[in-house]
Design a protein around this ligand. Structure first.
Ligand code: PAP
Length: 327
C-alpha cells in the first residue's frame, strides 16, 4: 500500500506489518492502525471539515474515552437534562452511540465522501483516537476545541489486554503469560493500536502547553481523584461554565454521579447491549480502577515500561495525578 510509508521513530522503523490479536496492523504516517480502521483513518484525514464550534475528544484506546464521552455529552446538553437523572440518554444509549468516533464514523472507502455531518446540532461532538499530529488540517486551522484524556501506560496496557480478549473474533485465543509478555513488548516498543503511546500523549500535551485555548489535557487519574474540579475545568474549556446557581445546586454532583463507572456499568444498555464492532458494551466497563496493573504485570513486565516513561520524562512530561514507579 503506497500510503503506508515508514518514518523514523522506533515503531516507524519497522518495515514488517504487525498483528494485534487476530488483526493485521499497518503503520500509516507514524500511526499504528488496525486493518479495519485504516480506510476510515485516511478518509477522516482527507475529508473531515471541522467547524469552529466543534468539540473533539481525543484519547488513546482504554484511557477514559467512554467516561469523557458521557461527561462531555452531559455537560453540553445539561440544560435539557438536569434535575432528573432518568432523563439522561445513557439509560438507553452507550456513550459511544452519542458521540461518534470520526475515524470509525467515516468507516468507508478512502475515496467515498463522508456521511453528512452538517446536520448534527451545534456544538458538534466528536471523538478520535488519533494523535494530534495525524489530525486533519481543518481541526488544526479552525477554532474547534480538543479535550484530550490520557492514562498511565501500565493501566492502559492492562485494560487493552483484557478488552481485546472480549472481541468475538478473539474468543478462540487462549492468552497466557507468554503471550502477555509478547504484547507488553509490542506496546512498549510503540506497536499498539493508535500508538506509539508516548508519541500520542506528547503530541496533545505539547499542544496543550502551546495552545491552552485549543487543547485541554486531562488525566484519567485526575478525573478519578478530583471529579468536581475537573468538571469545572471541562465546562469552562468547552465554553459553557456553571452558573452560580448551578454551582450551588445539584447539577455538578448529578453529572459526576450519572457518568460514574458504577452508574454507567449498571445501566441495562451496558449490561446487555452491543454497539461497536463485535464486542458487548459491558467490555467497556471492566474495573475502572487506578493501579490495577499491579494485579497482572510481573515486575519484569512492568520494568519494560521504564523506557517509555523515560522518554516522556525527557520530553518534560510527568503525570500530575499518578506516581509513576513501575518497579
Ligand atoms: P475505549 O477506548 O474502547 O472507548 P475507554 O472508555 O477509553 O475504552 O477505556 C475503558 C476503561 O475505562 C476501562 O478501564 P479498565 O479496563 O481498567 O477497567 C473501563 O473500566 C474504564 N471506564 C469506563 N467508564 C468509566 C467511568 N465512567 N469511570 C471510570 N472509568 C471508566
Amino acid at each position: 500500500m503506497a500510503a503506508l510509508e515508514p518514518k523514523n521513530t522506533k515503531a516507524q522503523d519497522k518495515t514488517e506489518d504487525e498483528t494485534w490479536f487476530v488483526w493485521p496492523m499497518y503503520l500509516y504516517q507514524g500511526l499504528w492502525c488496525l486493518n479495519y480502521i485504516l480506510e476510515g483513518v485516511i478518509a477522516f484525514r482527507t475529508h473531515f471539515q471541522a467547524y469552529d464550534s466543534d468539540i473533539i475528544l481525543a484519547s488513546l484506546p482504554k484511557t477514559g474515552t467512554t467516561w469523557l464521552k458521557s461527561l462531555i455529552f452531559a455537560i453540553v446538553n445539561r440544560k435539557n437534562l438536569s434535575n432528573d437523572l432518568t432523563q439522561y440518554p445513557f439509560h438507553t444509549k452507550n456513550p459511544h452511540e452519542l458521540i461518534s468516533h470520526l475515524e470509525t464514523k467515516v468507516y468507508l472507502k478512502v475515496n467515498e465522501k463522508l456521511p453528512d455531518l452538517s446536520k448534527i446540532p451545534s456544538p458538534r461532538l466528536f471523538a478520535t483516537h488519533m494523535p494530534c499530529y495525524s489530525l486533519p488540517d481543518s481541526i488544526k486551522t479552525t477554532k474547534c476545541r480538543i479535550v484530550c484524556v490520557c492514562r498511565n501506560p501500565l493501566d492502559t496496557f492492562v485494560s487493552i489486554w483484557h478488552f481485546f480478549q472480549e472481541f468475538e473474533a478473539c474468543k478462540g485465543i487462549k492468552p497466557d503469560m507468554e503471550m502477555m509478555e509478547k504484547y507488553v513488548d509490542k506496546f512498549c516498543s510503540g506497536v499498539s493500536p493508535w500508538g506509539p503511546y508516548e508519541n500520542h500523549v506528547l503530541s496533545y500535551w505539547k499542544e496543550s502547553k502551546q495552545n491552552p485555548k485549543k487543547v485541554l489535557f486531562l488525566e484519567y487519574e485526575g478525573l478519578k481523584k478530583e471529579p468536581r474540579d475537573h468538571l469545572k475545568r471541562l465546562v469552562e474549556f468547552v465554553g459553557c461554565p456553571f452558573s452560580e446557581e448551578e454551582e450551588k445546586g445539584k447539577v455538578v454532583d448529578e453529572i459526576t454521579e450519572v457518568c460514574s463507572f458504577k452508574s454507567l456499568k449498571e445501566m441495562e444498555v451496558n449490561k446487555s447491549g452491543k454497539v461497536i464492532f463485535g464486542f458487548e458494551n459491558k467490555a467497556l466497563f471492566r474495573k475502572g480502577e487506578v493501579g490495577d496493573w499491579t494485579n497482572y504485570l510481573t515486575p519484569m513486565m512492568a520494568k519494560q515500561f521504564d523506557q517509555m516513561l523515560e522518554k516522556l520524562k525527557t520530553a518534560g512530561f510527568s503525570f500530575e495525578y499518578y506516581q509513576m514507579n513501575s518497579s
